[in-house]
Design a protein. Structure first.
Length: 416
């Protein structure tokens, strides 16, 4: 190749070299900028990953709090549609979460309060006037089974995905008050036991003396009117004596001497005790005994329970009726015994108190108000429980649930 001697060509080549060098420098600058930008992007990605990890940790922490909260938590939108609920809501209301999502929140309210809630939300959205949001109040909820119950409600307001969301925290006051009532009754029974022991001891001895002299007087007097008066004294003293025995049953340590016990035999023996009274009242006895095993228990104390329940049923049917006694296996571990009458029934507010000490619906002088209390404690001593259901004008059913034994299976059926 011939050397370049033309000065113009040389200058042109120099200019081209300078241009290429400048372009190369520009490319180097762009490469540096690109490397710096790449470093910044990598740093942003790392920071984002760290932020996402922190977000996930915080989300998981909040989710754990949400899922493990004892109180119910419900999120709804402006229209009242349920967006999310925590597991406690199912424990409180009885609805699985999947049955609530997408439903109107009014499903959790009794009918009288649904319209009130809708009106309040409408008024708040229009005016901003708060009555619950940011505050807290007692309201009435409705369980899946239709039961109305008190609950404490606190509501907060926020935004998620550019829409307004209300979050409600709910506390079941019904169960709280039941626990308080159980504690109150336990304290009351403890006091009653102490008082009962003292009364039974201090009054029992003189009452025995009075009863002895009253019986002697009844046998010795000749005048019919005086004999009748003496008989009345004997009856009343015996009533006091029986009351004292009941008080002692409450006060003394509650122990069960277990033995193989046939519930059917005890029930039939208890019914036989009242056979004449049942016939005299025109009460028909219907028995429905499924095969059940014997249990380990105290026959005498269990008979006391059945005698109490049967006499209560008889007293509830002064004009006659039907006394139904059923025995069946409720579960593999429990035997259910129900005693139902077709009597006058019990009002709901009264039904809540029938196991209270000295509470009775009977006329003055016809009941001590201790029979059901003693029965309840006997059943508890046997590891069971007793419940009551009633409808005024229809009748009452007492149900006893006792743990099963493992021996034979007596059975029987029929009616008297």
């Amino acid at each position: 190749m011939a050397p370049c001697t033309d000065s113009a060509e040389i200058e042109s080549l120099k200019a081209e070299v300078q241009r290429l060098e400048a372009e190369l420098e520009t490319q180097r600058g762009l490469a540096r900028e690109l490397a710096e930008a790449h470093a910044r992007v990598r740093k942003c990605l790392e920071e984002r990953k760290e932020a996402e990890a922190v977000f996930r940790e915080e989300h998981d922490r909040l989710r754990q709090i949400f899922d493990s909260a004892v109180d119910g938590i419900i999120a709804i939108d402006e229209s009242g549609t349920i967006l999310e609920v925590n597991p406690a809501v199912e424990r409180i209301f009885g609805y699985p979460p999947e049955d609530l999502l997408g439903q109107d929140v009014s499903i959790l309210m009794p009918p009288p309060f649904r319209d009130e809630h809708a009106a309040y939300v409408k008024r708040y959205l229009e005016t901003g006037k708060k009555r619950v949001i940011g505050l807290g109040r007692e309201v009435t909820g409705r369980r899946r089974n239709g039961e109305a119950f008190p609950l404490y409600l606190a509501v907060s307001e926020g935004y998620a995905e550019h829409r307004r969301v209300f979050t409600a925290v709910l506390r079941d006051l019904g169960r709280l008050r039941e626990a308080e009532e159980r504690a109150r009754r336990a304290e009351q029974l403890a006091e009653l036991s102490t008082i009962s022991a003292g009364i039974a001891h201090d009054v029992g001895t003189p009452m025995t003396t009075i009863l002895g002299y009253a019986e002697l007087l009844q046998k010795s007097v000749k005048d019919p009117k005086n004999r009748e008066r003496a008989a009345h004294i004997v009856d009343q003293v015996r009533r006091v004596r029986d009351l004292l025995r009941t008080l002692l049953n409450i006060a003394r340590p509650r122990t069960v001497a277990p033995e193989k016990t046939s519930l059917v035999e005890i029930i039939d023996h208890s019914l036989a005790f009242f056979r004449e009274k049942l016939k005299g009242r025109g009460i028909v006895v219907e028995r429905d005994y499924a095969p059940v095993p014997e249990i380990m228990g105290s026959p005498d104390r269990l008979e006391q329970v059945f005698l109490n329940l049967i006499v209560n049923a008889i007293d509830a049917m002064p004009g006659g009726g039907t006394l139904t006694v059923r025995v069946r296996l409720s579960t593999d571990e429990l035997i259910e015994i129900s005693i139902a009458d077709t009597g006058i029934g019990i009002e709901p507010d009264v039904l809540e108190q029938i196991f209270e000490p000295f509470y009775t619906t009977k006329e003055r002088g016809k009941g001590t108000g201790l029979g059901l209390l003693v029965s309840q404690r006997i059943i508890h001593d046997h590891g069971g429980r007793i419940t009551a259901e009633s409808e005024p004008g229809v009748g009452t059913r007492l149900s006893i649930f006792l743990p099963t034994g493992i021996v034979r299976e007596p059975s029987g059926s029929g009616s008297d």
